[in-house]
Design a protein around this ligand. Structure first.
Ligand SMILES: *Cc1c(COP(=O)(O)O)cnc(C)c1O
Length: 524
């Protein structure tokens, strides 16, 4: 080992890892800090603020006053700041490292988007302000709509849906409204086996019966099976393109023509639009409705269940049924928000509203900033680079991980692997947990269902070659351990705040409230 002048080692000293390391008194490991629940930390005598006692006043609560303490944990300000900062360090985010969740498109959120969204004229608008005072905000909605329509070659767009799944609901409601207007309510929606779970869930939620369409050997929709099933009871097909195996559905136009031939509609799940933006316009493929996840293709943040945005583009056949509200430019050049159906107007058939107001303004501003800062050629490069990066991952794992469709040619924006070839007793979960020890968020696991032990890796275009090489090195190492049956991998993650949690129990029987421990019995 070499030393600096001061005698300090320049290379880390190899130490034996594992359970031989003695437990620390605090439970902390170096700078990885343990953190208790806020209720366990606080007590009701501590407070971060110093308020005067409220003056006595007669109650106006009609006898409904609280009779017991509210039970909030009392913490001082520094304790509160540390609590949340420690918790945040146990989280992983796109600003920390490669976040290869396939289908989710965890790309960098440009800081330019953030500064534009925080301009007071955008950040402080209120949905009930008079329209004359928010012409700029409506202008953002108009321009964003214009970009979305041009990029997709569709006739109309509903901006208000708040996520991809909400967009699916919007699209199917428009399809149902169109069919009902023809007096032809139908009952079945066809969904390929590889679909995201939200597709059949949305169809079922709308009251349709969902029928599976099988995949071919090469991971695409089985066109023969689909066309054989088409008939007068089919309302729509929902197809993801590129699909969740990371492959382009080349027969989309043939499928759309067959679907239209029986009077049904084509819903395209556009979650993977980031692979084709600037290159393929779904309107040219016969799509009738497609959601666009602004938090995937157009780089807005994925909120923790927070502000997503899933605008839906619609074909001319569905445009009359689009939900309210939408922005229109009047003859005097000013922008109007159409909020009500008006008899005789082109929107008289609108199926209603998706949201109370206009949708996620902050996401519109960010997405439009992304579009304007990239331009048409930049967006085209985004999809090209996303596909290039995914193929680099796919080819770099050759000989280590099985790629079920890898032999057939390049993938689109995500690379799909299976657990075939891992040692007996080892599966995808072990590879994923091993990646956590390497400092990476795992890839999407066990989805799509058409592949055994699926691992879906989506690097996105914003990773550099150096970042990808690090990730590939880690994945090759972990996958090799899984192939060789390295028993230490079964215990991974060894270096995370928690090891393997019972996720099924946590989902099925969540413990959502805290019960104070019983007071200690007085010593006799
Ligand atoms: C992300 C995703 C969805 C759902 O989108 P949300 O914005 O998360 O509601 C639907 N389909 C596919 C293929 C997806 O990747």
């Amino acid at each position: 080992m070499s030393m600096l002048k001061e005698g300090r080692p320049t290379a880390p000293v190899a130490v034996e890892q594992g359970d031989a390391i003695p437990a620390t008194f605090t439970g902390n490991r170096g700078l990885m800090l343990e953190e208790a629940l806020i209720f366990e930390l606080g007590d009701d005598r501590t407070t971060g603020v110093d308020l005067e006692p409220a003056p006595a006043a007669p109650s106006r609560l009609g006898g409904l006053d609280r009779s017991a303490p509210i039970g909030l944990a009392g913490l001082s300000e520094p304790e509160t700041v540390r609590h949340y900062t420690r918790l945040s360090r146990q989280n992983y985010g796109i600003d920390l490292g490669v976040f290869p969740l396939g289908s989710c498109t965890m790309k960098h959120n440009p800081r330019l988007n953030e500064s534009v969204a925080r301009l007071p004229g955008f950040a402080d608008v209120h949905p009930l302000q008079p329209v004359s005072t928010v012409q700029g905000a409506l202008g953002v909605m108009e321009q964003l709509s214009d970009w979305l329509l041009k990029l997709t070659n569709m006739a109309a767009v509903a901006l208000s849906p708040k996520a991809g799944a909400h967009g699916e609901l919007c699209g199917l409601l428009a399809i149902r409204a169109a069919l009902e207007a023809q007096g032809d309510a139908r009952s079945v929606i066809l969904v390929p086996e590889s679909a995201h779970g939200t597709n059949p869930a949305t169809a079922a939620f709308c009251g349709y019966r969902v029928e599976d369409i099988p995949a071919t050997e090469d991971g695409r929709v089985n066109v023969a099976a689909l066309t054989a099933r088409l008939g007068p009871d089919v309302a729509a097909v929902m197809i993801t393109n590129p699909n969740t195996c990371g492959l382009f559905e080349r027969d989309m136009k043939v499928i759309a023509d067959a679907v239209h031939g029986v009077g049904a509609f084509v819903y395209c799940d556009g979650a993977n639009f980031n692979a084709i933006v600037g290159r393929v316009r779904p309107g040219d493929l016969g799509v009738d409705a497609m959601h666009i996840n602004l938090h995937k293709t157009f780089s807005t943040p994925h909120g923790g269940g927070g502000p997503g945005s899933g605008p839906v583009v619609l074909s001319a056949a569905l445009a009359p049924y689009a939900p309210l509200p939408f922005v229109e430019r009047g003859e005097d050049g000013s922008l109007h928000l159409i909020e009500e159906e008006t008899a005789g107007e082109h929107h008289a058939g609108s199926f209603g509203r998706m949201t109370a107001f206009h949708g996620q303004m902050g996401m519109y501003t960010r997405a439009l900033t992304y579009m304007l800062s990239h331009g048409n050629d930049g967006l085209r490069q985004v999809s090209g680079d996303a596909v290039l990066n995914a193929n680099y991952v796919l080819r770099s794992l050759e000989g280590v991980l099985d790629a079920p469709f890898g032999a057939a040619g390049p993938c689109m924006h995500e690379a799909l692997f299976s657990d075939k070839g891992l040692a007996e007793g080892f599966s995808t979960i072990d590879v994923a947990k091993g990646l956590i020890d390497e400092g990476f968020h795992p890839m999407t696991m066990y989805f799509p269902l058409v592949v055994h032990g699926a691992m879906l890796v989506e690097p996105t275009e914003t990773e550099s070659k150096a970042g990808l090489d690090q990730f590939i090195g880690a994945l090759r190492s972990v996958a090799t351990r899984a192939k060789n049956g390295d028993p230490s991998l079964k215990g991974a993650p060894h270096f995370a705040p928690r090891r393997r949690l019972d996720e099924t129990q946590a989902a099925r029987k969540p413990v959502l409230s805290w019960t104070p421990p019983a007071p200690a019995e007085a010593a006799e």
